[in-house]
Design a protein around this ligand. Sequence first.
Ligand SMILES: Cc1cc2nc3c(=O)[nH]c(=O)nc-3n(C[C@H](O)[C@H](O)[C@H](O)COP(=O)(O)OP(=O)(O)OC[C@H]3O[C@@H](n4cnc5c(N)ncnc54)[C@H](O)[C@@H]3O)c2cc1C
Length: 374
Amino acid sequence: MFSVWEAGQFHRSPHLAVIGGGIVGLFTALFHKRRHPHHHVLVLERGPFPSGASVKNAGFACFGSPSELLADLDAEGTDAMLARVEERWRGLLELRAELGDQAIGFEPTGGHEIYGPHDPLYTRVAERFDALNDLLRPLFGATVFQWDPAALERTGMARLAHLARTDLEGPVDSGALMNSLLRKAVAEGVLFRPCAEVLGFEEGSESVLIRLADGTELHADRVVVATNAWTKELLPQLAVVPARGQVLLTQPIPGLRLRGTFHYDEGFYYFRDHGGGVLLGGGRNLDIAGETTSEEGTTPLIQDALVKLLEEVIIPGQPYTIARRWSGIMGMGPSKSPIVERCSERVVAAVRLGGMGVAIGIRVARKAAGLVAE
Ligand SMILES: Cc1cc2nc3c(=O)[nH]c(=O)nc-3n(C[C@H](O)[C@H](O)[C@H](O)COP(=O)(O)OP(=O)(O)OC[C@H]3O[C@@H](n4cnc5c(N)ncnc54)[C@H](O)[C@@H]3O)c2cc1C
């Protein structure tokens, strides 16, 4: 039984209910509120704060390593590869302009792909490196990737032979990013409701009835589902599969020379500096079946592989302590493209961000808000 005050301000029927308070959900709510300042816009988030991949990720503000872009080119053709890179690049620029580099902790320390000696991946990339740069130049107005052998020396890493670098990428602080986004959305009038798990919804002719896990119900004019990896529970018809990613972070390492973001082994591993230590993730390819799960958790198989990479390649011979291990769940599927579509008259889905939500989240949200307005 809600009081008149609760019903008037907090439990009132929203014009738009966004389910999921990650980067996509919060930006969607913010953009809708800007279009319709008098609308009541509500974000329903099941965690005590944003609790999905947006606050578990590695914080790479990136648009694709040379090997990834060449693989995309081979799989989908030049136009599709360039269109995807453009989405990511524009997304990064929009994100930085919207929230500010300082607020998101963006560091222009560069993005890197590294290759071992006799690495067939290096041969494949080297053969078409210049051609790839030629394709990308019109979009970026500059040469995107350079070989930078001296950087290998600077970082202090071992067992590597080649390094390709771009100055256009760098790490962000994903916690600061999400906190500043949340504060902005709330400051502009969005109501954020944590600990509000949605069990399901039913669409009627006048509204959508939303059922919450606490037993309460809400009627919304429109709904955007932005639950990414957990979409199957609400929209089982959409092709979204959960994909867990495991991460570890070391304590600060005195004299650490690593700076920027790094992709290794066809992108199966990724690492960066953070707070004077190394943040390292990946290894999903060691157990794809086991990591196709929406349950958080770490496993010895993958954590041991991360430690091996840390000890043998990233900080050889340097003492370290692991400060923290965690996992996050991505939403993936048969295509690398996100799903941003109207599912029915009143329901829009904005999901399946894969491993690129930092770059494309803001543009997925803009499209979702546009679909709601149509
Ligand atoms: C380990 C890891 C590393 C990554 N590294 C990078 C990277 O370096 N760069 C990059 O660009 N991307 C990276 N990603 C991917 C990126 O984090 C995601 O693409 C992005 O965060 C997805 O944002 P989202 O808003 O769609 O989903 P999420 O952030 O997952 O948000 C979905 C929200 O919905 C909520 N929710 C779910 N079900 C319900 C329900 N029934 N009711 C209410 N709320 C619900 C969840 O609690 C969650 O807060 C990484 C992901 C992982 C897991």
